[in-house]
Design a protein around this ligand. Structure first.
Ligand SMILES: [Zn+2]
Length: 404
């Protein structure tokens, strides 16, 4: 399967969509690992190749973009899997045309994007970077805004941001969809809050990474100016922390003396000195320090931190089950991400939440589901995700258009 090309859309049009005989539940640890199943399912026509809907229950939108990944990576499954991580696995699927709509169902305590329905374009710029034409703060801070006129290979997509409600059929309509649940939807930590606390790292990162949002949202040239500046900063932080990871000190770091970055450079140096004073150089993960910084550019849109009580989780679970019951159509695939190793979903709650979510799915979808969920995070064999989920390769076509 290595480097297998995902077929082009023209090829896929001739091929009949097979669908899974029964709906699989695919459980992973890191959210981007759901692609281990989703990409081969697309390539092997278990899902329509294009224009699907993703219903994404999560405390996070996961809609950042990997700035270092060339757009054509989307055509190589292996390269794509290697380049994506928990916060940036969705937009490339929109760029590839596999999804045309995402509904981010947020818990009451997550506010990174305001509720609403947003249409914008996804495409690539002349440097072959994937970007979006949306002027939402979320994309501007991530440096992923690109003026629509600069976008090539662009596709219009829709992002819906909403809390849970039981009238999703307006969104689902005739669409084939993946139901995707991050268990941190029910209870979440901000794992960076307590990062290297002796150096007050989180507070200092806030000062270092913040950027005045002095743009006019209706003026594309002002947005472009802001995003160019933001990307310059983010690239600058990348190089500093990359240097620290390689050399363990800034002695040989060549600062290019860009006046606009002078203050950031001084403050970053101060933080690095403070970290090295309080911690052994072998205990500091400089990439995590940079990752933490990238999440704190403004107070309003920080990562949520809310450990729900057992009672609150139960209430959310009831609403979740009601939502499932209200659907007039079945999902093609159900994906679940535990997100507990990196401390998003609290480790003392993750098993309970997972069991309850699977129970709710079984209560509602009953015999439409495969007998057992596939626990990909426990899998140590070489068997591919698709083979694990659908061992017999010959399948009869089975419609999930649920006439409930
Ligand atoms: Zn997630």
């Amino acid at each position: 399967m290595a480097n297998e090309q995902i077929p082009t859309s023209s090829k896929s049009r001739e091929i009949k969509v097979k669908k899974f005989k029964k709906i699989p539940i695919f459980v992973v640890e890191n959210h981007n690992d759901i692609l281990e199943l989703v990409l081969p399912a697309l390539a092997n026509n278990y899902l329509p190749f294009q224009n699907n809907l993703l219903i994404h229950f999560d405390s996070h939108p996961d809609c950042c973009i990997n700035r270092q990944m060339p757009a054509e990576t989307i055509f190589s499954r292996t390269a794509l899997l290697e380049n994506l991580s928990i916060e940036n696995w969705i937009i490339p699927l929109l760029y590839g045309g596999h999804f045309e709509e995402i509904a981010w169902v947020r818990p009451p305590f997550a506010h990174q994007i305001p509720d609403g329905s947003y249409k914008f374009f996804v495409g690539n710029d002349h440097k072959n970077r994937i970007g979006v034409s949306s002027n939402l703060d979320y994309f501007l801070s991530d440096g992923s805004y690109i003026n629509e006129t600069e976008l090539k290979n662009k596709k219009e997509v829709k992002l819906i941001v909403t809390e849970i409600h039981d009238s999703f059929n307006e969104i689902v309509k005739e669409k084939t969809f993946i139901l995707d649940i991050d268990l941190d939807y029910f209870s979440t930590h901000n794992p960076f809050l307590n990062i290297y606390p002796k150096a007050q790292t989180y507070e200092k990162l806030k000062e270092i990474y913040k950027m005045d949002k002095n743009y006019d949202v209706n003026d594309p040239s002002s947005l472009t100016k802001f995003v160019n500046e933001r990307n310059k900063q983010l690239n600058f932080f990348d190089t500093i922390f990359q240097h620290m990871a390689q050399h363990g000190s800034l002695e040989k770091y060549k600062f290019n003396d860009d006046a606009s970055l002078r203050e950031k450079f001084e403050r970053t140096k101060e933080l690095i000195d403070c970290l090295c004073h309080h911690y052994s150089i072998y205990d500091i993960d400089w990439f995590i320090v940079n990752d933490a910084g990238c999440t704190v550019d403004d107070e309003l849109h920080q990562l949520p931190h809310y450990e729900s009580s057992e009672e609150e989780i139960k209430e959310m679970m009831t609403k979740f089950e009601n939502f499932l019951r209200s659907l007039k159509r079945y999902p093609e695939i159900i994906t679940i991400s535990r997100s507990s190793h990196d401390d998003y979903c609290p480790s003392n709650q993750v098993e309970m939440i997972q069991t309850s979510v699977i129970k709710a799915l079984q209560n509602v979808f009953a015999e439409e589901l495969k007998d057992q969920p596939t626990f990909w995070y426990k899998n140590s064999s070489n068997i591919s995700a698709l083979e694990l989920v659908e061992p017999r390769i010959k399948q009869i076509c089975h419609a999930h258009n649920c006439p409930k």
